[in-house]
Design a protein around this ligand. Structure first.
Ligand code: PLP
Length: 415
């Protein structure tokens, strides 16, 4: 850090201010987490200095012997962690992992059946503003508007009618368990491929706390940086028969040189996620989300679908009389970072919204447990019941800082 301070004091200062923000605040964004120092070290390493286009043993550049071994470790560890036959660890992000699967299976104009973004899906699942909705023809399912959970009978009916080439499942804002087997069965029945995007819940699946998609869907795509607690990036899992088309779709199909420092960090992430300590962590993530859900319900909030099975809750703020945007802003001033989110049957624009998504992966990484979740829930209620009251925001901010200050952002899983 000293050196960076000398070379570029402006950037050094911004990094240090950001570190302080992460230390003094509470991160409740459901897609964020905190990496270990080991992952940080690999991700910031001299592995970045090398071009390694191609795959281990078949590179387009010399001098890749150590990169080959690092990538093989990452691939083998990913396969063993998820019980998969083949892993591609090169996608720069989750969206690119999805792009590679589309490139390997679809032609422009082919039909995708996926979950609506406004009801929990992801941009890369066929949103009209994303490449996936521009190149392909997306039909979308949502949740049942009464129960606010997926209705596999309805989804099966849609699949029989529109005959998609691929069915995409997995979500960004869905608090309940996803039945990947049901999706796999529907896909098989209509002769479609199935892609399960486990970006959010990968760490719960690898810990055996959510049913897996591996073995029941043709492809599994994911990020490494959400519940899996790794560096920012993506990966793809599939059977051996799909290894060659998937690898070709990633390189040369879609990317040039892989980010080898990130692949080294992914290898560390997969090793950490295989430890018993990580499993304990993942269990606590779910226990904390349940505690927060119980507290918020007790404080008068309505939870979409009535609760949570995973690492996040989706709040419907309609009865509180404020928008998602107002809630996000007010909580931000109190040191609690969340994001506004659309809810099923949303009446407002995606920039305003009626909902709020709160997740526990990051605060759990810092070692917080149920008691802290109850304190956080009470703070959220205090701020949101009088959301323009700056005095309350200031009071809560002080209390948040006092608690956050007691928890490091580097709680080593393997000390
Ligand atoms: C986060 C997420 C992604 C990918 O995110 P990137 O920002 O591209 O890494 C893909 N699918 C789902 C369901 C996600 O939640």
């Amino acid at each position: 850090m000293l050196h960076l301070k000398t070379v570029d004091p402006e950037i050094a200062s911004l990094i240090s201010q950001e570190e302080n923000r992460q230390k003094m605040g509470l991160e409740l964004i459901a897609s964020e987490n905190l990496v270990s120092k080991a992952i940080l070290a690999a991700n910031a390493s001299i592995m970045t200095n090398k071009y390694a286009e191609g795959y281990p043993g078949k590179r387009y550049y010399g001098g890749c012997e150590f990169h080959d071994r690092a990538e093989n470790l990452a691939r083998d560890r990913a396969c063993s962690l998820f019980g998969a036959q083949h892993a591609n660890v090169q996608p720069h992000s989750g969206s690119q992992a999805n792009m590679a699967v589309y490139f390997a299976t679809l032609k422009p104009g082919d039909i995708i059946l996926s979950m609506n973004l406004s009801q929990g899906g992801h941009l890369s699942h066929g949103s009209p503003v994303n490449f996936s909705g521009i190149i392909y023809h997306a039909h979308q399912y949502g949740v049942d508007l009464k129960t606010e959970v997926m209705d596999y009978g309805q989804i099966g009916e849609m699949a029989r009618q529109i005959k998609p080439k691929i069915i995409v499942c997995g979500a960004s804002a869905y608090p309940r368990e996803i039945d990947f087997k049901a999706f796999g069965d529907i896909a098989e029945e209509v002769g479609a491929y199935c892609m399960a995007d486990i970006a959010h819940i990968a760490g719960l699946i690898s810990s055996g706390l959510h049913p897996t998609s591996v073995g029941v869907s043709t492809f599994t795509t994911s990020t490494t940086h959400k519940t899996l607690r790794g560096p920012r990036g993506g990966f793809i899992l599939c059977d051996k028969e799909w290894a060659a088309p998937i690898d070709k779709a990633v390189f040369p199909g879609m990317q040039g040189g892989p980010l080898m420092q990130t692949i080294a960090a992914k290898a560390v992430c997969f090793a950490e996620a295989a430890t018993p300590q990580f499993k304990t962590y993942a269990k606590q993530v779910i226990a904390n989300a349940r505690a927060l859900a119980t507290n918020l319900t007790g404080n008068g909030f309505r939870l979409v679908s009535g609760g949570t099975d995973n690492h996040l809750c989706l709040l419907d703020l309609t009865n509180i009389g404020i928008t998602g945007l107002e809630a996000e802003t007010a909580l931000g001033k109190a040191g609690i970072t969340v994001n506004k989110n659309t809810i099923p049957n949303e009446q407002k624009s995606p920039f305003v919204t009626s909902g709020l998504r709160v997740g526990t992966p990051a605060v759990t990484s810092r070692g917080m447990k149920e008691d802290e979740m109850h304190r956080i829930g009470d703070w959220i209620a205090r701020v949101l019941t009088d959301s323009t009251n700056t005095r309350i925001q200031e009071e809560v901010r002080k209390e948040v800082e006092a608690m956050a200050g007691q928890y490091t952002i580097y709680p080593e899983i393997n000390p």
